[in-house]
Design a binder for this molecule. Structure first.
Ligand code: ADP
Ligand code: MG
Length: 677
C-alpha cells in the first residue's frame, strides 16, 4: 500500500511525476483517488437493435480494415466496416492517426460508442475498443476520474486495476462491530466496487462505506481536538453567583435562552477545565449581554478578560457597550487596536500588564507578542477568530489557559454546525427578547426609487437615521469605492439638507471610526457604506436599511445587514433594491420579505443557491472532502457522528489496537491542516 506509485506496473517515472502533481505518491493514495463519475458500458446490443443516439457496447468482427481519407490538410477521417450476425456498421474516427493498422479482417472486438446515422447508414463515432476476451474497459460500469494534463482515463483506469491487484488484500480498519451496527460494507468489497462496481447497487454500498469512513475520521479528529482543547487545566471561577449582581443591573430581564447559555458558560468556567464554547444566536438575540455577564464574573473573581472584534469600529462599539454595562461596577475597560498611536498603545500595555485594566477590548492586536496580561482568564471573540493551535498556544502563554468564548451571528443548519464547530461546545440562543417589532422588509425595483427616497426624506425629517448599503463589486476595489462614492454624491444632490456620510473598507481605520461615531451621535443622517458595517454595529436611532443590488448578497448576509436596524423603539424597515427578473432572485427576495428567522433564512439560502455558493465554502472553514458531500450526506453524517461519539466514550484516546489505524488517520487530517482554525 505504501509502495511508491512509480513501481506500479505500467506507471514508471514519467507518469509517476504526473500522479505526484495530483498528490498521488503511493499505491494507497491512488486507491483513494475516487472516480468523479461512471459510464455505464454494461449494456451490449446487436447492431440491428442499436438505435440512433444510444451509447452502447457492440460485439463485432472486423469486416474491412481501416481506410484513411484526408479531407483537408488538418482533417483525417478513418473508417472501418464491422459486423455481427445481425448486421453491419461503419466505425469512424476523426483525426486519429493511430487506428490505421490496428485492425485485421476477422479480428473480434468490443466497441463502445454513440450510434449516429450518416446518409441512412448507422455509424459509431470515436469508439472505445478492446480485443475480445480480456475486457477491461467495456461490458461493465467504468469509472471516470478527475484528470490532469497527460493523464487519460485509460491510464487511470488501468493503473487503478493494477493498484487493486498490487495492494492485495487490504487490512480493514473499521472494527467489525461498528460496521455491523451501522451496516457499513467491508473495505475490500468497497474498494473494488467504488472503482469497478458490479452494478449501481454495489456502487452505492461502496460509496456509503467511504462517505461514512471519511466523516467518521473527520468527527474523530474534531472530537479528539475538542478533547485536547478542554483537557487543559484552567482557572476556576469560584464565585459564579456574583453574575446575578450584574444581571440585576441590566434594564431588562434575560430571556430563558440567555439564562441557559450563561449558565452553560459559567459552569464551564467553574469546572477547572478550559472552556471552548461557541454561542450561536441570531442578530439581536442578546449575545453581548451574555458575554458581558461572563466577563463581569471573570473580573469579580479577580481575573482579567479580553474581547476581540474583527474591526476597529466594532471594537470601539464593544468597548462603549461594556463601559455602559459596567459603569457602576468599578470595572476598568481598556481599548487596544492596531491603529492606536505608539504612545497610547504603550499606556494600554502598561495597564494590561499591571492589572489596572480589568477588561481589554480590541482587534486581534490584543493577542500580539508585545501584550502581556497580568492574569487573563477569559477571551471572548467573534467567530472570525477561531482559535487555531498556534493562537491557542499564544493565548495560553499569556494567561493560564484562558477560557474561550466564541460568538457567532450566523445561524447555520445543524448538520453543518457539526462539521464547522465539532470541536467546540455549542450554546444556541434561540429566542429573541420579547416585544421586538420585526423589521418590515420590501423588495422593490428601480421604478420605486422616487417613492423610497420620499420615504427616506420623511423619516429623516422625523429625526431618524438610515443606512444605504452597496455591495462589493468583484472587479476592482476602485470600482467598489466609486459605487459607494457615486451613490453618496447622488444622495447629496437629492437631499441637500441632510448630512450624508460615507464609509468603506479602504478608509483608514481612524477615519472610519470618525465617520461611524458621527453616525452614532446623530450628526450624520444617512450613512452610505460598503458592507463594512455588516456585523455587530449598533445604532438604535437608525431605522431604515436600504440595500442596493440586493441580489448580489447572500441571504444570510442580507439578514445580518437587516439586523443593524430595529434596535430602537421605532418601527424599522429594510428596502431591498433587486435587479433582474430571475426566478431564484425573486424567491430569495421573497424569503427575506416573509421571514425574520435567521435559521429559516440560512436553510432557504442553502436550498436556493445550492451548496457550492453557500458561504463560499472553503473560506468559511468547511473542510474539503474526498467523497462525502456535506450538504447531501446528512444522514450518513449523523450516523458517523454517533459512531465517533461511541468510540470516544469507549476509548477516549483511541489507545486500543482496534482503533489504531483510525486514530492515525484522524491525526493525519489534523496535521495536514484539513480542518481549519
Ligand atoms: P446580538 O449581539 O446578539 O446581535 P445584542 O447583544 O447587540 O445582540 O443585543 C441587541 C439589543 O437587545 C441590545 O440593545 C441589547 O441591549 C438588547 N437586549 C439584550 N438582551 C435583552 C433582553 N433579554 N431583553 C430586552 N433587550 C435585550
Ligand atoms: Mg452583537
Amino acid at each position: 500500500m505504501s509502495e511508491d506509485i512509480r513501481y506500479l506496473k505500467g506507471v514508471g517515472e514519467k507518469r509517476a511525476a504526473l500522479f505526484n502533481k495530483k498528490g498521488i505518491k503511493t499505491v494507497e493514495d491512488l486507491l483513494y483517488y475516487f472516480p468523479r463519475s461512471y459510464e455505464d458500458r454494461s449494456e451490449t446490443k446487436e447492431i440491428a437493435d442499436c438505435n440512433e443516439g444510444e451509447t452502447v457496447c457492440i460485439n463485432i468482427t472486423v469486416f474491412s480494415p481501416v481506410k484513411d481519407t484526408r479531407v483537408r490538410r488538418n482533417m483525417l477521417i478513418s473508417t472501418m466496416i464491422v459486423c455481427d450476425q445481425s448486421g453491419a456498421l461503419n466505425v469512424v474516427w476523426y483525426n486519429n492517426k493511430y487506428v490505421k493498422g490496428q485492425f485485421m479482417t476477422g479480428d473480434e472486438y468490443i466497441m463502445y460508442g454513440k450510434i449516429t446515422r450518416n446518409r441512412g447508414k448507422k455509424e459509431m463515432i470515436n469508439p472505445v475498443f478492446e480485443k475480445k476476451g480480456s475486457e477491461r474497459f467495456t461490458g461493465k460500469i467504468v469509472p471516470l476520474y478527475p484528470l490532469t494534463d497527460g493523464l487519460t482515463q485509460k491510464i487511470l483506469q488501468s493503473s487503478m486495476q493494477e493498484a487493486i491487484k498490487a495492494a492485495g488484500r487490504l487490512e480493514e480498519y473499521i472494527p467489525a462491530d461498528i460496521r455491523e451496527k451501522y451496516h457499513i460494507a467491508e473495505l475490500n468489497y468497497a474498494m473494488k466496487n467504488i472503482h469497478f462496481p458490479d452494478d449501481f447497487e454495489s456502487y452505492n454500498i461502496a460509496r456509503e462505506r467511504f462517505v461514512f469512513e471519511e466523516l467518521l475520521i473527520l468527527q474523530l479528529a474534531l472530537l479528539s481536538r475538542k478533547d485536547d482543547n478542554t483537557a487543559c487545566d484552567a482557572v476556576v471561577f469560584d464565585d459564579i453567583l456574583c453574575s446575578r449582581d450584574f444581571v440585576k443591573t441590566l434594564p431588562f430581564p434575560l430571556t430563558g435562552a440567555q439564562k441557559r447559555t450563561l449558565n452553560e458558560i459559567l459552569s464551564d468556567c467553574k469546572s477547572g477545565k478550559m472552556m471552548n464554547r461557541l454561542v450561536q444566536g441570531d442578530v439581536g438575540s442578546g449575545k453581548t449581554a451574555v458575554a458581558a455577564a461572563a466577563i463581569y464574573t471573570a473580573v469579580k473573581n479577580g481575573h482579567q478578560a479580553a474581547m476581540m472584534a474583527p474591526t476597529e469600529i466594532l471594537a470601539a462599539q464593544h468597548a462603549q457597550t461594556l463601559d455602559e454595562f459596567f459603569k457602576d461596577t468599578g470595572i476598568n475597560v481598556v481599548t487596544l487596536t492596531g491603529s492606536m498611536k505608539a504612545k497610547e498603545k504603550r499606556l494600554a500595555y502598561d495597564m494590561i500588564s499591571t492589572g489596572a485594566a480589568d477588561v481589554v477590548v480590541g482587534t486581534h492586536a490584543i493577542i500580539q507578542d508585545a501584550v502581556e496580561f497580568y492574569d487573563l482568564a477569559l477571551v471572548v471573540a467573534d467567530e472570525q477568530h477561531r482559535f487555531g493551535v498556534e493562537q491557542r498556544a499564544k493565548l495560553a502563554a499569556k494567561g493560564n489557559n484562558p477560557h474561550m468564548l466564541i460568538m457567532s451571528a450566523t445561524p447555520i443548519p445543524r448538520t453543518l454546525a457539526l462539521i464547522l464547530y465539532g470541536d467546540l461546545d455549542i450554546s444556541v440562543i434561540d429566542e429573541l427578547p420579547p416585544g421586538r417589532k420585526s423589521v418590515k422588509t420590501y423588495a422593490v425595483g428601480e421604478n420605486m426609487r422616487k417613492r423610497i427616497f420620499a420615504f427616506l426624506e420623511k423619516n429623516v425629517k422625523m429625526g431618524m437615521q438610515a443606512y444605504v448599503v452597496c455591495p462589493l463589486v468583484e472587479e476592482t476595489e476602485k470600482s467598489d469605492l466609486q459605487n459607494a462614492e457615486m451613490l453618496a454624491e447622488k444622495l447629496r444632490n437629492v437631499f441637500p439638507d441632510f448630512n450624508i456620510g460615507l464609509i468603506h473598507g479602504k478608509m483608514r481605520p481612524k477615519l472610519k471610526d470618525a465617520v461611524m461615531s458621527e453616525f452614532v451621535s446623530g450628526a450624520i443622517d444617512i450613512l452610505v457604506s460598503t458592507t463594512v458595517i455588516e456585523v455587530g454595529v449598533n445604532v438604535p436611532n437608525a431605522n431604515i436599511m436600504v440595500i442596493e443590488n440586493a441580489e448580489r448578497f447572500g441571504l444570510s448576509q442580507l439578514h445580518q445587514l437587516r439586523g443593524r436596524v430595529g434596535r430602537g423603539s421605532e418601527q424599522a424597515y429594510c428596502i431591498l433594491f433587486a435587479h433582474g427578473s430571475n426566478e431564484v432572485t425573486r424567491k430569495r427576495m421573497e424569503t427575506m420579505c416573509i421571514s425574520n428567522d435567521g435559521f429559516y433564512i440560512s436553510e432557504q439560502d442553502l436550498k436556493l443557491r445550492g451548496p457550492g455558493d453557500f458561504f463560499g465554502t472553503r473560506q468559511h472553514g468547511l473542510p474539503e472532502m474526498k467523497i462525502a458531500n456535506l450538504f447531501e450526506d446528512g444522514d450518513i453524517l449523523a450516523v458517523s457522528q454517533a459512531a465517533a461519539k461511541s468510540i470516544m466514550e469507549e476509548d477516549p484516546h483511541m489507545e486500543s489496537e482496534k482503533y489504531m489505524e483510525l486514530k492515525k488517520r484522524a491525526e493525519r487530517i489534523i496535521s495536514d491542516g484539513r480542518i481549519m482554525n
